[in-house]
Design a binder for this molecule. Structure first.
Ligand code: ADP
Ligand code: MG
Length: 569
């Protein structure tokens, strides 16, 4: 009996509960229904503050209120502190009227005076500390006087910071646009995309390209560039800039591209710094093998150098080495077994040594040529042929009267004989380019490749020199110019027959026989001419003097500046 009663009671309770829910819903429904619905045409219900509907909105609102409150507090604080400072100003201003009227005022004034004094001492200390220092230390943080009360010392700097360069013509031409990118009104409205304005703007931007980009000075004209051309130019400029940077880095590391590498600069700097040279003016010639500078001479070893000097700096262009090996290989003074294996930097010094030795020997026998002053590695200082920084003209370019040209021819013939017979040398690159005309005289220059007459190819080189000189004087209508063969025989005292190629073949044959003979008598030749006593002695004296000045010829500088080795091949 009990079971069914319980079931019944539960159902009953459930029924009662349902009835209550339904009743509440009914009451609520009645409540809603009882509120009159607003007419769609009526006024919208007025709500003073929108009620936030979700948690995030509530939080955002609180956060923004917090911010506003903090901001207001900050503003108030600053205002208060400024007010205080203004008050000090007012107090000090009032001080003029009655200085002792206020104790606080007096205390503040005294404090200010004390602080100023303290700062002055601090500045004096700062000056003292920084007097001999390259890096200066600032005591700014230890100063007591508020910047507002300092004297006007820093004002200029501040003004400098605010300095704006004057507007260029270009900037003036471009109008200032409104926010929407237009200017003007009605019919005259112009947008910032206007063709003319864009064109001018592009042209103006062109002026800001790096100085290497030769954009010209377009400020004075109304230049316009369309976008396509501007973009092309910009891309080109950027690419050139990058290339230039790469090239610059490369050049800085080699003597090949540019003569003025770090080593050369160091040598020149030392020569000037030690008073050997007074100053270096600038380059007078840039050839494929060397660069020649003009300089004013100083003093070395108690001797005064000539007032004007020429500095020849040899380049290490790899191709030149390949071509020039033949001038060294057969010259017993300079040929070294390991010539090809040597560091190119050391090899270029040979050209300096060779030119020095040849010039000295030529000078000894009275050939007009520059007088060697100092040789330091690949830098040769010699006397300057010319005046007031103007090098004497080359025979190729000088305008001479017929008589002078005739004179030049006769002098050249004589000099060629002296070089061969007395100096026992062959120039090997004699031409109108390596002969200067100065004070009615012929001057022989550029003798770094000149060889001893014992050189295996000396006679061939001599015949080439004869050919170039006779053809030049013939072209200038000089009387009595011999054929190259005649000149060759005249200089050498030989009687080789034939002409042209046949003559050359005979010369070669003769040279070969001579070389074989030379091998037998080599000791005699080398004894007689290997490193002239004169040359060696003068070189040693100069080297010692340079050593004393700290311009040593040691390898340490080279090693300190050593970079990746370059190959001759
Ligand atoms: P490269 O081997 O480059 O031809 P050079 O010795 O011929 O070198 O010199 C190049 C140029 O420098 C000459 O043509 C000449 O104008 C000038 N020059 C060289 N040496 C002197 C000097 N001592 N005095 C005046 N000018 C010189
Ligand atoms: Mg030359």
């Amino acid at each position: 009996m009990e079971g069914p009663v319980i079931v019944f009671s539960y159902r009953h309770i459930n029924t009662i509960h349902k009835t209550m829910e339904e009743q509440t819903a009914l009451i609520n429904q009645t409540k809603i229904d009882s509120v009159p619905k607003p007419s769609p045409w009526g006024k919208p219900p007025q709500q003073s503050t929108p009620i936030p509907s979700c948690l995030q909105d509530v939080m955002n609102e609180q956060l923004s209120e917090d911010f506003i409150e903090k901001e207001q507090k900050n503003v108030l604080d600053t205002f208060e502190s400024e007010k205080k400072e203004v008050d000090v100003d007012a107090l000090i201003a009032a001080a003029g009227a009655d200085e002792t009227a206020d104790d606080e005022l007096m205390a503040r004034m005294l404090q200010l005076e004390y602080d100023k004094q303290n700062d002055e001492e601090l500045l004096a200390k700062e000056k003292l500390v920084n007097k001999h220092q390259k890096v200066s230390i600032s005591f700014e943080n230890y100063r007591s006087v508020h910047p507002a009360y300092r004297d006007d010392e820093d004002k200029e700097e501040e003004d400098d910071d605010d300095y704006e360069p004057p507007k260029s013509e270009w900037d003036k031409k471009s109008p200032s646009f409104k926010k929407n990118g237009t200017v003007g009104s009605g019919k005259n409205v112009v947008t910032k995309h206007d063709k003319v304005i864009c064109g001018r703007k592009n042209a103006s931007k062109l002026m800001d390209f790096p100085p290497e980009f030769h954009s010209g000075d377009g400020e004075s004209m109304d230049m316009q560039l369309n976008n396509r051309i501007y973009n092309k130019l910009k891309r080109h400029s950027d690419a050139e800039n990058k290339r230039h940077q790469r090239l610059h880095e490369k050049k800085e590391h080699s003597t090949a591209g540019q003569v003025m590498d770090a080593r050369t600069r160091l040598i020149l700097y030392k020569l000037v710094n030690n008073g050997v040279l007074d100053s270096i003016s600038g380059s007078i010639s840039t050839g494929k093998e060397s660069v020649v500078f003009h300089a004013y001479g100083g003093e070395l070893n108690g001797e005064t150098l000539p007032k004007e000097c020429a500095i020849k700096v040899y380049k290490t262009t790899l191709n030149e080495f390949k071509n020039r090996g033949k001038y060294v290989d057969g010259d017993h003074r300079f040929s070294r077994d390991d010539f090809k294996k040597q560091n190119p930097r050391k090899i270029i010094r040979i050209w300096g040594e060779k030119e020095t030795a040849n010039l000295n020997r030529m000078k000894k026998f009275g050939v007009p040529c520059p007088h060697v002053q100092v040789l330091k590695k690949h830098v040769l200082v010699m006397s300057f042929i010319g005046k007031d920084m103007q090098p004497a003209p080359k025979l190729k370019t000088v305008k001479l009267s017929t008589a002078d040209m005739q004179d030049a021819f006769e002098q050249t013939m004589k000099i060629m004989k002296t070089i061969h017979r007395d100096c026992k040398l062959v120039h090997a690159d004699l031409s109108e380019f390596n002969i200067l005309w100065y004070q009615d005289k012929i001057w022989i220059i550029d003798v770094s490749q000149a060889v001893e007459i014992t050189h295996p190819a000396a006679l061939e080189f001599l015949f080439r020199d004869c050919k170039s000189m006779t053809s030049f004087f013939q072209s200038r209508d000089v009387h009595g110019v011999p054929t190259p063969e005649e000149l060759f025989n005249d200089i050498t005292g030989l009687e080789i027959q034939g002409e042209g190629l046949e003559f050359v073949a005979q010369v070669q044959r003769f040279q070969k026989e001579k070389n074989e003979e030379c091998l037998v008598h080599q000791t005699t030749y080398t004894k007689e001419y290997a490193f002239d006593y004169f040359f060696e002695k003068s070189q040693k004296e100069r080297a010692d003097a340079l050593d004393k000045l700290g311009i040593s010829d040691g390898e340490d500088e080279d090693e300190a500046l050593e970079e990746e080795p370059e190959d001759i091949e």
